[in-house]
Ligand binder design. Sequence first.
Ligand SMILES: Nc1nc2c(ncn2[C@@H]2O[C@H](COP(=O)(O)OP(=O)(O)OP(=O)(O)O)[C@@H](O)[C@H]2O)c(=O)[nH]1
Ligand SMILES: [Mg+2]
Length: 386
Amino acid sequence: MIENKNIKASPERAILVGLVTKGQTRQELEEYLNELEFLVRTAGGQPVKRFIQTLSHPNPQTFVGKGKLEEIRRFIVENRIDTVVFDDELSPAQQFRLEKELSVKILDRTTLILDIFAMRARTAHARTQVELAQYQYLLPRLKGMWTHLERQRGGIGMRGPGEREIETDRRIVNKRIADLKKQLAKIDKQKKVQRSNRGKLVRVALVGYTNVGKSTLMNALAKSGVFAENKLFATLDTKVDKIQIGNLPFLLSDTVGFIRKLPTQLIEAFKSTLDEIREADLLLHVADAAHPQMQKHLTTVRETLAEIGAANKNSILVLNKIDRITPEQLTVLKNQFKIYDSPVVMISAISKKGFDRLRKTLYDEVRKIHIKRYPHNDFLYPDLEF
Ligand SMILES: Nc1nc2c(ncn2[C@@H]2O[C@H](COP(=O)(O)OP(=O)(O)OP(=O)(O)O)[C@@H](O)[C@H]2O)c(=O)[nH]1
Ligand SMILES: [Mg+2]
């Protein structure tokens, strides 16, 4: 595992930087920075201040403009800032220029998410996947790193030892990536065997944005003791439980949550974890009804599902945390989702409000799949009253 430098006894003091651009309004940026702040806290840092600039596009060298950079530099010195977090993926050139200009740790959204994944990975499988993603992120950045070090040491020429060291490093990293891929291929095979041993039961997968309550719902339905917490990416491994509603058994899996701009390295590295979703017969798409960004979360989840090859699956939309919204908001929500392309259920995974409806919907949808799969057995599954 690449060392996680973000955990310290006293929290790292961080400032956040984002841009208002043509494609991103001030309000959107504020919302994205709220999420970035939550990510920083999850990683063990303390957000201190936000810097926002309106630019048509990021400066290719320094992300922000010259004046803003100076403002940030002054703030860092006067307020003992350890880290600057940018709300976008920085190019290797930007990253190293910024490190040089600001002399503190520079993180972007991707490194932050990778870092949290590294912190959260519990099993060998999750660790291997995270490490692969981290090395893949690192590979194109090696050159910048060496150039940066050379400059710090006082300017040995670009084609000097620095260049040879880049090559050595690149070889080491490539070898490590190849080894990790081999290890993952082995784990993939085992997981495939495990999945095929589970028999022919209908498979339902919980999917959704991070922190919406997937694991809490899994616990409520299965009493399985899945780790749930008010932090981002509490779950990285897949947990599968057998559930029975009426006389109908099925498998329910809980796995990693999605987020806006989930690093592509992670999507690739977590391929086998995401297989659980890809191979599911039915998706239980959970959303946080009390979150101001719920609609955007729904879109992100749909886009991510398409990206991993799991679009157009049968699904049930579960709007969770209704204990945290007013009766008026609930009415608005009900009207909003009256017409939707899949069944919609509103619940609270904590108070268990709406659970009868959820069980009934789950039963009906799983039964449909069952009947299709075993056409001669349908008499076994009567209509249930809940
Ligand atoms: N008020 C309220 N809080 C809830 C409800 N369901 C879950 N939570 C809380 O939301 C937080 C996140 O819950 P998790 O179950 O860990 O969410 P998750 O979707 O599994 O999150 P990741 O694994 O990080 O993707 C926890 O603090 C839960 O207690 C609910 O119905 N009402
Ligand atoms: Mg979870």
